[in-house]
Each structure stands twice: as C-alpha cells, then as structure tokens.
Design a binder for this molecule. Structure first.
Ligand SMILES: Nc1ncnc2c1ncn2[C@@H]1O[C@H](COP(=O)(O)OP(=O)(O)OP(=O)(O)O)[C@@H](O)[C@H]1O
Length: 209
C-alpha cells in the first residue's frame, strides 16, 4: 500500500498541488488522470524517488519514503519498485535477454521465453534493444517488470507508443501483477486504461473521479 499525505510540490514560485492525499492499497490499480501539466508525471516521480516533494509524506507500508537516506532509497528502488516510464530506461546497447537478466532477483530463474511470448516478442531475445521500435522497447520494459516482480509499479503513459491490441495486453499484464498483490499506479490520458483501473484520481482536482 502506498499513502500520500498532505503532499505539496512547487517548482520555483509555481505550486502544482498543495495538501494532496491519496491511498492505493496493495492489489489495486489506480489511474492518475487530469489535464496536461497537472502534475501526473511529477507525482509518479515523487512516489518513485526520482523527485523530492516540497512538503508532506509518502508512506510505503510503514516506511516514509521522503525520509529515506541514500542506502534506503537504493534498496527501495532495487527491491520494491518497478518503473514503466516513457524513456523505458533500457540498456540500449544490450540485447533483449541482457535487459531482462539485469532485473532478475537473486535465486530466481524467470522463464524469458514465456514472458517474451506474453508481450508479443517471442524469439527476439538476441536482438539489440536499439534495433527495436518504440512500441517494442515499451514491451521489453514491460517484460522486464514481469522478470523483476516488484511490489509497486509506477507506469507513465504505458500504452503511449502502442496499437490498441498491444495497449490492451499491457493493461492485462499490469492487472495480473495487481492480482498477485502488487500496487499499480498509472498516469494516463487513455480512457481504456482508465476504465480498466479500479479507480481514477484527478491530480488537478485532487480527488477521485
Ligand atoms: N523540473 C522541473 N522544473 C520546472 N517545472 C517542471 C519540472 N518538471 C515538471 N515541471 C512542470 O510541472 C508541470 C507538471 O508537469 P508533469 O509532467 O508532471 O505534468 P503531466 O500532468 O504529467 O502532463 P502530461 O499529461 O502533459 O504528461 C508542468 O507545467 C511542467 O512544466
């Protein structure tokens, strides 16, 4: 479960939100919606320790993420978090296989063949990521999440570069992860994605819609 309490974020004189409260229980999928520029990505970045809020708390279970030191932040990212962001953060120069292997937890042997089949990339293990299209790279990022099995997934427009079939597949995979207990937060402008979530939170109005 992730709980955002009384969160404020300003860039210089401009305040995006003040006193924002939000809870996403484990096993639930929440859509972050709202006009362009309302701060959906910034809120994901705060939850994902990529940006510091100006005030307030972000609790993951009993840990206040805003108070973690460098070691705690590193461990949280490594052990708990899964990002599905627009720039994918893949290792461009490496193969699909290598990109999946870096996400593997010690002591686990995920079935890459089955996972790549699931995301529509069967047989592409040996290809270099920089040879893949934007939508294919987005699906490698999804496959990497399936390998990592994080307990908190933060996704920013995860269907942005995809056709509708692949978009639906991404939502199915995220739903499957949430059924296994993962907390999933998705910033989206896509009504199909929003409808597939358990709830939607408008970042501009600061309430569920
Ligand atoms: N590092 C930064 N410095 C200054 N302003 C920033 C910074 N990051 C984001 N902003 C501003 O904060 C506002 C919210 O941006 P953000 O990307 O979070 O919105 P969004 O709701 O995700 O938008 P979109 O739907 O267009 O992706 C924007 O006006 C943006 O210019």
């Amino acid at each position: 479960m992730i709980t955002v309490k009384n969160l404020t974020k300003s860039f210089g004189p401009r305040t995006l939100w003040r006193g924002l409260d939000l809870t996403v229980p484990a096993g639930r999928m929440l859509a972050l919606v709202g006009a362009s520029g309302s701060g959906k990505t910034t809120l994901l970045n705060c939850m994902g320790l990529l940006e510091r809020p100006s005030g307030g708390q972000i609790l993951y279970e009993d840990t206040d993420l805003t108070r973690l030191g460098p070691g705690g932040r590193r461990r949280f990212r490594r052990d708990r978090l899964g990002y599905l962001f627009q720039d994918y953060a893949l290792i461009e120069n490496a193969t699909v296989h290598a990109n999946l292997d870096v996400a593997r937890r010690r002591g686990t042997r995920p079935d890459h063949t089955r996972i790549l089949e699931r995301v529509g990339l069967a047989g592409r293990e040996r290809e270099k990521v920089h040879h893949l299209s934007g939508g294919e790279q987005q699906r490698v990022a999804l496959a990497r999440l399936m390998v990592k099995q994080p307990s908190l997934v933060l996704a920013d427009e995860p269907t942005g570069a995809l056709d509708s079939d692949n978009g639906a597949m991404v939502v199915d995979v995220l739903r499957q992860m949430s059924r296994q207990g993962c907390t999933v937060v998705i910033a989206t402008h896509d009504d199909d994605v929003r409808d597939a979530c358990d709830a939607a939170f408008d970042v501009h109005r600061q309430r569920e819609v």
